[in-house]
Write a protein that binds this ligand. Structure first.
Ligand SMILES: Cc1cc2nc3c(=O)[nH]c(=O)nc-3n(C[C@H](O)[C@H](O)[C@H](O)COP(=O)(O)OP(=O)(O)OC[C@H]3O[C@@H](n4cnc5c(N)ncnc54)[C@H](O)[C@@H]3O)c2cc1C
Length: 395
């Protein structure tokens, strides 16, 4: 029996599992490896930070989805890859051999140490849950008498949305307290990829929330000293094991450690390895690290994994992924409104938030049907069994 290892509970792998629910792959053992069972859907993260959704409402529950797809769920984390031996070593020391490996492990951030401010890195997304809970706990204990300062470092969509969402949440939880917002960016303008009208709408949203913006400036000791909380939202970075040649083996990566892939989503050095979403570096074109790309890659990945494993035996050729040049961006502003931008067009209003909410809920709903068939309580013992068998495989 062949083994396919899906590493990372990312957006593309959710779609691969969804495809497997509809059309299983006989003769292939599918193993899903990821450190957390709940995978937040990026489009709804700002709405959760603002308090519009609960965390479980914005997350895909991977163990039941894996089970519905006939796959084994294995809670763990890739620590080292040996592509020559087709083997991954997990953080607990166990190993997993594969015939085909698919990486959808996202990206991370490495904020500098701070002396005064509490740093809230936005990536990895799956770790934001615990970090945000501890910030909210602290907020409940803060004395009401002095202003509380939240600063975002980074002028992209994630920093913009997260700052407005966090400000809205803190103010709603304790209306008697004063909360100041700031945003620092090395750039000369905000949200560079957006339409000019959308950028102007973004500036108005920041004004409504009383946010001061500092251009041409980044993290420094004065930001640390003057802030209580710093939302770290600089560009996505590759995980440590991808950046370290001793841990990624001979896998080809770009100069930042992102896995170099071709148009069929395969590693340019190892055709048995696929990579999608943030962790990948797309052939010849710098794609923004956005969930929308991981989602678009999902169906092509599902089809190409099947072809690479030759299931069914007469599987067709590998498909090419064609990334969209322009896509609809919908940015939440934390106040029940959103900004829509596509190509040169931009607009904002409460209608855009309702539209975004509908699109995002519809995306998540496709995974719920499968999850409902295997509610979390029903998978506790099979999960324990899988971990036991999995540790038994350690070399
Ligand atoms: C606040 C915020 C808002 C955003 N809003 C949007 C938006 O509206 N639209 C948009 O397109 N993009 C948005 N983004 C960007 C988006 O979050 C990412 O581009 C997207 O999540 C990448 O998806 P992915 O499938 O590559 O990885 P992820 O969704 O990050 O999933 C990676 C998975 O891999 C797992 N993993 C990590 N390391 C390992 C390992 N070593 N072994 C095994 N598993 C591992 C993780 O736990 C996780 O389950 C936002 C980002 C932030 C921070």
């Amino acid at each position: 029996m062949k083994r396919l290892v899906l590493a990372g509970a990312g957006h593309a792998h959710a779609l691969v599992l969804r495809a497997l629910v509809q059309q299983p792959m006989p003769g292939v053992e599918v193993v899903v490896v990821s450190p957390q069972p709940l995978a937040p859907y990026s489009g709804m993260v700002p709405g959760w930070l603002a308090g519009h959704y609960r965390f479980d409402e914005i997350a895909i529950h991977f163990p039941p989805l894996a089970m519905a797809a006939g796959a084994r769920w294995c809670q763990g984390e890739i620590d080292t890859l040996d592509p020559a031996r087709r083997q991954v070593r997990l953080a607990d020391g166990s190993t997993l051999d594969y015939d085909v490996l698919s990486l959808n492990v996202g990206s991370t951030l490495q904020p500098p140490p701070a002396e005064h401010a509490q740093i809230l890195p936005l990536r990895p997304l799956a770790m934001l849950h615990g970090r945000y809970d501890s910030l909210l706990e602290r907020w409940g204990r803060e004395p009401a008498g002095r202003p509380f300062v939240v600063t975002a470092v980074g002028g992209g969509a994630a920093g913009f949305e997260a700052l407005l969402a966090v400000l809205a949440r803190l103010r709603a939880l304790r209306p008697e307290c004063v909360v100041h917002g700031g945003l620092v960016t090395r750039g000369t303008r905000l949200l560079p990829g957006l339409a000019p009208t959308a950028r102007r709408a973004a500036q108005r949203a920041l004004d409504r929330a009383g946010v001061t913006v500092q251009f041409g400036s980044g993290w420094c000791s004065s930001v640390d000293r003057s802030s209580d909380v710093v939302i770290w939202a600089t560009g996505a970075e590759a995980h440590g094991w991808q950046r370290d040649p001793a841990r990624r083996g001979s896998l080809a990566v770009d100069d930042q450690g992102f896995v170099r892939i071709d148009e069929q989503l395969r590693s340019v050095s190892h055709p048995q390895v696929f990579a999608t979403g943030d962790c990948a570096s797309w052939a010849g074109l710098a794609l923004p690290k956005a969930g929308v790309h991981a989602v678009r890659m999902g169906p092509v990945l599902a089809s190409n994994l099947r072809a690479a494993l030759r299931v069914p035996a007469a599987a067709g050729d590998l498909r090419q992924h064609r990334p969209q040049r322009h896509f609809l961006a919908l940015l939440a502003t934390g106040d029940g409104r959103a900004i829509a931008s596509r190509g040169p067009f931009g607009a904002e209003g409460a209608w855009a938030w309702r539209w975004k909410d509908r699109i995002d809920r519809r995306f998540l709903k496709q995974f719920i049907t499968a999850q409902a068939a295997f509610p979390p309580a029903s998978i506790q013992s099979p999960l324990a069994e899988v971990s036991a068998r999995h540790s038994g495989e350690s070399s």
